[in-house]
Ligand binder design. Structure first.
Ligand code: HDE
Length: 705
């Protein structure tokens, strides 16, 4: 049973209506691009039935030509992405003190948005679940024009100055001689760059953490990274950091699982986003700001203009100011998700830039890249990119110009059109008049020199399981690096972050353990740990596999399935073969999928219902046993009912080797000893375990799966 499909259609926004005006009614007869009705699209025009094809066949030529030119260049980074429509709404008008941006200050205003999530390194067809940064770009179609918040799911970036962007991207992308690897940073050139550019250290810690393998786009944070400005009606500026926090908690996969998913379902995150929205389980994110008065910018031991630094939440709390809901899937991937063009320079009155040198380079790059990618300067009038407010100016002509400007002057000032269109719009955009003076220099500031303290802060803030995963990730990535001296240089840098970390990585790589180079400063920021952000807001959209076979006790299936459905979780019955299984009382239960077509890595939890005959059949089915053991290894909640518990013994899961008696349950293993329908206590405990997501404290080292 899948979760209830959406029956209510979200109300159309102005943006939806604008897009609908471009929709094509396909319930008609075929025509050519010129609108000429087509008689037959299955055969080309030939001389006789078997003779030469004629050049005059304009339909053949047009059809083939259009096909030949279907591809546009993929994005140079963030090529693989998934989009969704939705809306943003501020909670109240409290930001009016800081900004004139209407969409942030009018609580009655629902601003239409389009979001595109992405990976960075891989090409358009690469798998979703690779270890990588995730893009989280939002286009707000505001009453004052488009605001694009082109964010990532990490709050920091690899480099401090945009001039290093081509270098870091060349280093991480597939190597130029053989175009290997796809969707991975585990190769020599990336780590060579990292080892020579220590400003990468902080962001690389995030990359080695589970943040780089999110369970769902609906379960990851988003960060504007740079310090922006909010500017109020008096022209006063306040520094601001932008945050998205998912309402479903921040949850991740584990690495071996992520790798397997890449084979079983390369579209895992894309499918999940699509299905959540189709089922009406709309992903939601809270929008938050960290506000820093300009005169307090110097109170930190880092530079606010340095994009490799966070402002710890303990120093400046994140103030929740609004929420975003994703409630509509695109109608067409190419028209919307592929052609959407985010540009960092798209800001509205009330929002401004700073001198962050990474941001400054981005202000150039995004518009520039669209010129090639979308074939010229008119990309802003592609339907998905159009603002919802009128666009009036003297920009004209060029490839794909699709406006028909009214007759009159095409310059400013003019008198023949009575001066229209006019400048000096009320609340027209004014660049913040920051006072600047100094010599022209190609130089990094001294205040950007500390590359280790915040990497250490991140490390210190991790829970034991997060630290373990980080060590394993470094061992994996550097283990794929063939040049030993690169491995050694990275470990040397890690030794400046934390000696325990460096030693643990060195041991895994079989290289000399470094002796302590510096003292760990001992500071931490609890908000950085995923443990502070997991398991909130129930189990909406979580997928639970029920392993069933002939002889299953239907009572033990139905009650739990209904209870989980009420919580908006998705339940699927998996059996050795497709079709249906016969319950112990003769009831037929439809099977959702045959075990051979799925894998445990595609589910969040596993239930083995009661039923002696079913349990016996599953105990002799390697796919079922592997499914259960693997889910256990990946720290997932397991529910076992009555005789279903016998499967745990068969796969020799550590706490059960001496026989399972219903009381020895390990963390996240919820057992119901009796046959028959599970009681409320079991259901509550299982839902709670599902919401908690994973039980990393479980001993899994000896689990063979
Ligand atoms: Fe980007 N980035 N970037 N980036 N970026 C692009 O623009 C660039 C950076 C981010 O879903 C490109 O339209 C430079 C930080 C996202 O369409 C390109 C620098 C952050 C997306 C580009 C950065 C991002 C992009 C490629 C350093 C997080 C995908 C295609 C100076 C705050 C947007 C395109 C989408 C895409 C340049 C660094 C986020 C080439 C030069 C920092 C989410 O213009």
């Amino acid at each position: 049973m899948t979760a209830q499909r959406r029956t209510d259609t979200p109300p159309a926004s102005i943006k939806d209506e604008q897009l609908r005006a471009h929709q094509v009614n396909m319930r008609a007869h075929l025509t050519t691009d010129q609108g000429i009705p087509i008689d037959n699209t299955d055969n080309s025009v030939k001389v006789g039935e078997r003779g030469a094809t004629l050049l005059e066949d304009f339909h053949l030529r047009e059809k083939i030509t259009r096909f030949d030119h279907e591809r546009i260049p993929e994005r140079v980074v963030h090529a693989r992405g998934s989009g969704a429509h939705g809306y943003f709404q501020p909670y109240d008008d409290s930001l009016a003190e800081y900004t004139t941006a209407e969409f942030l200050t009018d609580p009655l205003m629902e601003t239409p948005i389009f979001v595109r999530f992405s990976t960075v390194q891989g090409s358009r067809g690469s798998p979703d679940t690779v270890r990588d940064v995730r893009g989280f770009a939002t286009k707000f179609y505001t009453s004052q024009g488009n605001f694009d918040l082109v964010a990532n799911n990490f709050p920091v970036f690899f480099i401090q100055d945009g001039i290093k962007f081509p270098d870091v991207i060349h280093a991480v992308k597939p190597e130029p001689h053989n175009e290997i690897p796809t969707g991975a940073s585990a190769h020599d050139s990336f780590w060579d760059f990292v080892s020579l550019q220590p400003e990468t250290m902080h962001t690389v810690m995030w990359l080695m953490s589970d943040r780089a393998i999110p369970r769902s786009f609906a379960m990851m944070q988003g960060f504007g990274v740079h310090t922006f400005r909010l500017v109020n009606a008096e022209g006063h500026s306040t520094f601001v950091k932008f945050h998205w926090t998912p309402k479903s908690g921040v949850n991740s996969l584990v690495w071996s699982e992520a790798q397997e998913i890449a084979g079983h379902d390369p579209d895992f995150n894309r499918r999940d986003l699509w299905e959540l929205i189709e089922a009406g389980q709309f992903p939601e994110y809270e929008f938050g700001v960290q506000l820093i008065p300009e005169n307090e910018a110097d109170r930190f031991d880092f530079d606010l203009l340095d994009p490799t630094k966070i402002v710890p939440e303990e120093l400046v709390p994140v103030r929740p100011v609004g929420r975003m809901v994703l409630n509509r899937n695109p109608d067409n991937f190419f028209a919307e998700t592929e052609q959407v063009a985010f540009c960092v320079q798209n800001v509205v009155p009330g929002i401004g830039f700073t001198d962050d040198p990474l941001m400054q380079a981005r202000l150039f790059s995004y518009l520039d890249t669209q010129l090639t990618r979308l074939g010229g300067p008119n990309f802003a009038s592609i339907p998905i990119n159009r603002p919802i407010v009128p666009v009036v100016n003297h920009q004209q002509d060029g490839f794909h110009f699709d406006e028909v400007p009214a007759r009159g002057a095409n310059y400013h000032p003019n008198s023949i059109s009575e001066g229209y269109p006019k400048d000096r719009a009320p609340n027209g955009y004014v660049h913040y008049p920051e006072w600047e003076e100094g010599p022209k220099l190609r130089k990094r500031p001294e205040s950007f020199a500390d590359h280790y303290s915040q990497a250490t802060l991140f490390w210190n803030s991790m829970s034991p399981w997060e630290k373990k995963h980080i060590i394993e990730a470094y061992r994996f990535e550097l283990g794929k690096v063939s040049r030993r001296y690169i491995r050694e240089r990275v470990v040397d840098h890690l030794n400046h972050v934390d000696n325990d970390l460096a030693v643990a990585v060195a041991v895994g790589l079989g290289i000399t353990e470094p002796t302590k180079a510096v003292d760990n400063h001992g500071r931490s920021s609890p908000a950085l740990s995923q443990t502070s952000k997991r398991g909130v807001n129930g189990v909406k959209g979580r997928k639970v596999a029920f392993l069933v076979a002939d002889g299953v006790n239907p009572q033990s299936v139905t009650a739990l399935r209904e209870a989980l459905g009420r919580e908006d979780a998705v339940v699927e019955l998996l059996a050795p073969v497709d079709g249906e299984v016969a319950g112990s009382d003769g009831t037929k239960l439809p099977v959702d999928r045959a075990l051979s077509t799925v894998a445990s890595v595609l589910y969040d939890a596993v239930v083995v219902p009661d039923g002696a005959d079913a349990a016996a059949k599953l105990r002799s089915n390697a796919l079922a046993l592997h499914f259960l053991a693997e889910a256990y290894k990946h720290a997932k909640p397991l529910g076992v009912l009555g005789t279903g518990a016998s499967l745990l013994e068969t796969v020799h899961l550590p706490p059960f080797v001496n026989g399972f008696n219903g009381k020895q349950a390990a963390a996240g293993v919820v057992a119901h000893g009796d046959s028959g329908a599970p009681n409320d206590e079991f259901v509550t405990a299982f839902v709670k375990a599902l919401a908690a997501h994973r039980f990393y404290e479980r001993p899994v080292e000896t689990v063979v799966a």
